[in-house]
Design a protein around this ligand. Structure first.
Ligand SMILES: O=C(O)CCC(=O)C(=O)O
Ligand SMILES: [Fe+2]
Length: 382
């Protein structure tokens, strides 16, 4: 695998350190070498496909330094000398056929990257296969089943309902009869729901779809909220989820994920869409609901699926003619450079600091809590 971002580099470096902190207890000399800052710097450079003698390119790259958890890089000569350290006649290293430290580091950086890959790409990430991706690219949406089991769904749906009940009086209601409900700032209200924004499958899909030629983070979170359609709730108007003027650019701006904790069918409010409309590069007009009526399809999805669609797609929530509330947990990601116009929730303001710190670093980054900010920028005068 290749490391694709500073965030991923940071995860891999933490993995590397933990790996060697726990292993090699029979070869303490090797352990010490591999945990030396100079080895970690070299590994970081190798992993982002750069050579150890390119050190000066990274001197003031705080994203790289943060990722490898090093305050300051050494001088080129210091690193060169370290890497050339001769180990040919040292019995501790014969089995690695290494001439010097550099050979040892090369050997172990490859090995650890393979282990890191194994840990990250589990059975669930395999659900993002070529068939799913091609279907998404063609239609603008795809339903991926079997992401959660029955118990997980029941538990997560109950949390959604509990949160919505808590906001019965002072929550946010909308729609013709003011009985549709959205529960925002889910991140602050439930860690179990909050953590869903970075499960391996979602992380994998979003990094793939938002991928571009940079080591900076490719996407960020716009909103993570619950959308509840009451029994009898009627369908909405076709829309796209983009806040940009026409002609809409053809590159990905926004991705929606609907976590589906109960079967979605044509009669209980499954999201409706016009397959392929993401390629129109314009937004629907009020008359388009009728014009395209026959071509609209419901994103029918079994309990435990996720439905994903691009913000370019024409869609709307469907009629709920069942007797139960349709609970949807909607997560919206945006290309990181679109944050200016596409953020729907002000995470650093609405999430309590204590709650923010309960989440992984990756999640905190999606919430804009870490961003390669400069040391010292938090000094205040109040
Ligand atoms: O909940 C749904 O089915 C879709 C909601 C939607 O389209 C939106 O929030 O923009
Ligand atoms: Fe929408």
């Amino acid at each position: 695998m290749n490391i694709k971002s500073y965030s991923q580099l940071n995860e891999a470096i933490i993995f590397y350190k933990n790996y060697f902190l726990k292993s090699l207890n029979k070869n303490l000399k090797l352990k010490k070498i591999l945990l030396n800052d100079l080895s970690i710097i070299t590994t970081g450079l190798i992993w982002i496909d750069s050579k150890p003698n390119n050190l000066s390119d990274f001197q003031s790259n705080r994203y790289f330094l943060n990722a490898i958890q090093i305050k300051k890089l050494p001088f080129d000569d210091q690193l060169k000398k370290f890497l050339k350290t001769d180990v040919k006649s040292d019995k501790n290293f014969t089995k690695y056929k290494a001439k010097n430290y550099k050979d040892l580091i090369l050997f172990f950086s490859k090995l650890i990257l393979k282990e890191f890959e194994k840990k990250n790409f589990n059975k669930k990430t395999k659900l993002w296969n070529l068939k799913a991706k091609n279907s998404f690219l063609k239609n603008g949406y795809v339903v991926i089943p079997n992401v959660f089991n029955d118990n997980e769904c029941n538990k997560l749906r109950n949390i959604c309902l509990k949160l919505s009940k808590k906001e019965n009086k002072n929550g946010y209601f909308y729609g013709f009869n003011n009985d549709f409900q959205r529960v925002y700032n889910v991140i602050n209200k439930s860690k179990e729901l909050g953590e869903l924004i970075d499960i391996p499958l979602i992380n994998y899909i979003m990094n793939d779809l938002f991928n571009r030629d940079t080591f900076h983070d490719k996407y960020t979170l716009s909103s993570h909220h619950i959308n509840i359609i009451p029994p009898g709730g009627s369908e909405h108007k076709l829309h796209s989820d983009l806040a940009v003027p026409e002609p809409i650019p053809d590159w990905l701006i926004r991705m929606n994920v609907n976590f589906i904790f109960e079967d979605y069918n044509e009669s209980n409010g499954a999201t409706i869409c016009l397959p392929g409309s993401h390629k129109f590069l314009k937004k629907p007009k009020p008359s388009d609901d009728l014009k395209f009526h026959k071509r609209l399809v419901s994103m029918i999805a079994p309990k435990g699926s996720i439905a994903i669609w691009t913000g370019h797609l024409w869609h709307k929530s469907g009629n709920n003619s069942s007797s139960k509330h349709r609970v949807g947990l909607l997560t919206c990601f945006v290309a990181s450079y679109m944050a200016e116009i596409a953020l729907e929730e002000n995470h650093p303001k609405i999430i309590k600091k204590k709650q923010m710190l309960k989440y992984s670093k990756n999640i905190q980054k999606l919430l804009l809590n870490f961003h390669g900010f400069k040391d010292g920028h938090e000094v205040r005068h109040d």
